[in-house]
Ligand binder design. Sequence first.
Ligand code: AMP
Ligand code: ZN
Length: 123
Amino acid sequence: MDNCIFCKIASKQIPSTIVYEDDELLAFKDINPAAPVHLLVIPKIHLDTLSSALPEHHVMLGKMLGLAPQLAVEHGCGPVRQADGQYTGGYKTLINTGADGGQEVYHLHMHVIGGPKLWRGQS
Ligand code: AMP
Ligand code: ZN
């Protein structure tokens, strides 16, 4: 897709800090991190929003979600269940969709956001 910044990242026309890549997906560091760990997972194909996904994209969407725990472990987010049964660490997965959903870049992406005590007091 012409003039799509994430398509250009996927095709390496513009640089990013890539943390994962396979034939379908790319994950890279958010340029304006909201937390110590802030990654974006994108499909290499252009889809403007989650709401444009068709049934044929559902396996790919599952792969995106399934990648989050691996990335979180690799970036030290846990979560870890302690001996007392409490959990420490953790992260958020987030897909902003459309204007009211806070989407700024119209190439489907999933945020993986984590780090010590982030989001405390936030929804
Ligand atoms: P959203 O509001 O869900 O569309 O989020 C778009 C995200 O893309 C924001 O968190 C931006 O900081 C991030 N972003 C925009 N341009 C780049 C870029 N060139 N490299 C990495 N992240 C980017
Ligand atoms: Zn795109």
